[in-house]
Design a protein around this ligand. Sequence first.
Ligand SMILES: [Zn+2]
Length: 222
Amino acid sequence: MERSISYITSTQLLPLHRRPNIAIIDVRDEERNYDGHIAGSLHYASGSFDDRISHLVQNVKDKDTLVFHCALSQVRGPTCARRLVNYLDEKKQDSGIKNIMILERGFNGWEAAGKPVCRCVDVPCKVQSPNLNMVCVMCLVPLFLIPLINLLPRIIDLLMAKVYALLGWEYRKPARVPPACPFKPVAKNDNATKVAAETGTEGTEAIAKPIVAEETGGVKHD
Ligand SMILES: [Zn+2]
């Protein structure tokens, strides 16, 4: 099987790089330790690449696409990709690897293009699950705040009751009027409340009253 080496850009790779059929092979040497890496990428340093090439083939036996990169993908990345092609050609074994690619501009280009960089120290990088890691945990914080915000009126009531109790006063919860429908004219609402008040309705019933008054035609325009 004739294998050729093609190039892929960081923008093309980004949506694909966590697919289970793709392996990213980082052949940088010690820079990986302090520059970070593409999440989930495998590290096969160029210095020891030949010694570990059979290990690599074994490691990626369920992948059909390998994307090589070094810092710039100028020398080490393409060289290691070529060595793998030669190795596979010599062995003539069916490895399942169909595409061998090189990441254009390497890791430095990836990082410069603002693509995500993993800085974990796990060997190998264990970031594999695509969905969980696509969402930043901090972005989820507002979600957790929603129930808290809903509880806020109750919390304030509770606090106010405590403060009032400390001062020896009696605290009454303010009656919460449901928000008025924005499509109703304001004047009409006022009239309805007036009618309700005049008919002697008190407390929470007064809130329901305007609707009843309107339905029975009890409200008249000025
Ligand atoms: Zn990592």
